[in-house]
Design a protein around this ligand. Structure first.
Ligand code: DC
Length: 228
């Protein structure tokens, strides 16, 4: 089997990262969650007063970008990557509703995308990587040997996200989550730089009615075909 790059793109909350992690573990590849990188930049922006009453101060963020140090550290217990901002583990903070509702405008900024894309390309130099995001098969690795575009209905995705947040003890309503999912879909698909769109040569995985086991098997089959 040759070492390849696997690009997994798709809508938010469609279980991409869960399945990408499972695939990476099954085949011994490195897993990179690029959404976590945009979330970490958003947390940095929130902490540094970039969101003002007048809105997002992109000029201020651009000036602060050299200080944004996003990286991953492997959790010694789970073997999974933890998102870091400088030396601080921010894996929990970046999943909050507040970060979720502020990340899309940050991810739409060209200078933020340029910085993250460069880092992601360096992470993939050795191949053997499963990278999940929105523009991995189209912008970051247009030459990836395997591209998968994952999708599910907005209602199914909102329900999954709602269950996840409630399990974590956050007080949210299904309606606000659905609205957030729909808004993010819109911004992610309509922004000028690297919008979410299916690469022409991507395989589509609609998991609205699939079990986790079915998805994992589907992915393994796709990997075997692409890497043989
Ligand atoms: O996958 P996620 O929900 O954690 O992603 C968070 C946000 O980052 C989402 O609004 C889309 C954006 N994103 C992006 O623009 N490009 C990527 N490669 C990954 C995520």
């Amino acid at each position: 089997m040759k070492k390849i790059i696997i690009a997994l793109d798709g809508h938010s909350s469609c279980g991409k990262s869960t399945m990408a992690k499972a695939l990476a573990r099954a085949i011994g590849y490195i897993y990179v969650d690029t959404g976590a990188m945009y979330r970490a930049v958003t947390l940095f922006a929130m902490r540094n007063g970039v969101f003002t009453e007048q809105g997002l101060d992109a000029v201020a963020l651009e000036a602060l970008m050299p200080q944004v140090d996003v990286k991953f550290k492997l959790d010694s217990e789970t073997g999974l990557p933890l998102t870091m901002l400088g030396e601080e583990v921010v894996e929990q903070e970046i999943r909050s509703m507040e970060v979720s509702s502020r990340v899309s405008p940050i991810a739409a900024l060209p200078f933020v995308r340029e910085a993250m894309t460069g880092m992601q390309q360096r992470m993939g130099e050795q191949k053997g990587i499963v990278m999940d995001g929105r523009d991995i098969g189209t912008v970051v690795f247009p030459q990836a040997e395997l591209k998968i575009f994952v999708t599910a209905s907005a209602e199914v995705r909102a329900q999954r996200r709602y269950d996840e947040l409630v399990a974590k003890g956050e007080s949210v309503t299904y309606e606000e989550i659905l609205k957030n999912v729909q808004e993010r879909d819109y911004i992610d698909s309509h922004r000028e730089v690297a919008p979410l769109k299916q690469a022409a040569d991507a395989l589509v995985l609609d998991n609205s009615n699939m079990t986790r086991e079915e998805q994992n098997q589907w992915l393994l089959d796709a990997y075997r075909k692409a890497a043989e």
